[in-house]
Design a protein around this ligand. Sequence first.
Ligand code: HEC
Ligand code: HEC
Length: 150
Amino acid sequence: MKKWQIISISILGLFIAIGATTNTSSSPEGFKNLQVLPKDISKDQLDSIMRDYAVSLGVRCGFCHARNADTTNHHLDFASDAKDEKKIARHMMKMTADINSNNFNFNNSTRTDTIHMIVCYTCHRGNKQPDGKSIQADLMKAEKELEQKR
Ligand code: HEC
Ligand code: HEC
């Protein structure tokens, strides 16, 4: 199984979660500032999504999450929106869900896997900034391999 397949499977819960409509304003798990993910998300689901983000971008939690204002507290302030990276990530979450829902399964296909076709890793592939050049280089390599098989 390829790495991206494992990741897109592990992320399956995310898009089911994003698609779900919630009307609760309280978070049973005590999350304070969820604007895109459903407020009733479980801690396990949230943890697994956050780990996927970190791996997909090749970063640690602190890339998106700000330090505590109280400098004696060394934990990150996960609910804070102080970092631009977190806001960009929210935009990316919506964009990714939109690409999937607007473009796949348009023909009443029963292939549920295509709903989760695009994930953070599809573009980022372990990089903060997706690198079109490295994707292009992979494509050229695949073309050469095909040439050699002929
Ligand atoms: C690529 C950016 C990114 C990375 C990396 C990331 N997060 Fe997040 N995290 C977010 C965003 C965006 C939200 C808010 C989601 C929303 O608004 O629904 C969030 C929300 C959270 C929350 C909920 C906070 C609250 O009370 O509202 C927790 C807890 C959290 N992240 C933990 C982590 C942990 C632990 C890691 C590292 C394993 C991590 N995050 C890595 C972007 C990131
Ligand atoms: C369709 C391709 C694509 C997908 C899917 C995608 N991204 Fe991105 N992302 C980009 C590109 C391109 C950039 C850099 C250009 C920009 O900032 O607009 C970027 C930039 C970012 C940045 C800013 C990085 C920096 O150095 O400041 C964050 C954070 C981010 N993406 C998070 C995510 C997360 C989280 C997901 C999944 C929910 C995601 N992205 C899915 C293409 C994508």
